[in-house]
Design a protein around this ligand. Structure first.
Ligand SMILES: [Fe+2]
Length: 215
């Protein structure tokens, strides 16, 4: 456990704005950036769009890692700049390196994420769940002590992330959601890459609808 002077372990949140580009299209997007930690140190989930805004939210705390849920440009565009400011390593699942290079051809991630890997911050643990489908190297981060899972663009309030573009596959995302996410406790809060949070229990009854509609 973290000492009392470090304050409670908690999840903080900011929304940053920019664009997402892939396959020749560009769209305006708002992204959720999540900070997990206490008064001393934090782990950043998805350094999206605005390194200044994220650094301001971090304040004088140590950043233990910048974890990328996947390498779509809207989720990683500010990762190298935030790493430079904080000294923290950028971590990405290697199956998304091809996507990463579309945005950052001259700057590799600093480390690899692997399924079942445990990331420690402020005395709590986040377990990496490889959840491909939205893209090949998509991961979710389960923090059992905090009762939450960070799903990136794999699972949103209302269904799976998009699978219509390159590196995506709908049957694969359904399998990931079914086997890796909907098996978590139903009260688990799902914190997503865009938009509102939900819970595992609120989403779990809708899989057949998603399959029937095909997205
Ligand atoms: Fe995405």
């Amino acid at each position: 456990m973290a000492s009392a002077t470090a304050g409670p372990v908690r999840v903080e949140h900011l929304v940053t704005s920019g664009t997402f580009s892939l396959d020749g299209g560009t769209w305006d997007v708002d992204n959720n950036v999540w900070l997990v930690g206490d008064d001393r140190e934090v782990l950043v989930v998805d350094a999206a769009h605005d390194a200044d805004a994220i650094a301001a939210a971090v304040g004088d705390r140590r950043v233990v890692a910048i974890v990328c849920t996947h390498a779509h440009d809207d989720h990683v565009d500010a990762a190298p700049a935030l790493a430079e400011r904080t000294g923290a390593p950028v971590l990405l699942h290697p199956d998304d390196l091809e996507l990463w290079k579309l945005t950052h051809p001259d700057r590799a991630p600093d480390g690899e994420l692997a399924d079942r890997q445990e990331l420690d911050v402020a005395g709590t643990t986040l377990t990496v769940l490889h959840t491909p489908g939205h893209c090949r190297g998509a991961v979710s981060l389960h923090a059992p002590e905090l009762g939450t899972v960070f799903t990136g663009d794999t699972l949103f309030a209302g269904g799976p992330g998009a699978t219509g573009r390159s590196f995506s596959d709908f049957p694969t995302i359904i399998e990931s959601i079914r086997e890796r996410l909907l098996t978590l406790p139903p009260e688990t809060v799902v914190r997503t890459g865009h938009g509102d949070s939900t819970t595992i229990g609120a989403e779990s009854g809708h899989v057949q609808e998603w399959i029937a509609r095909g997205h």
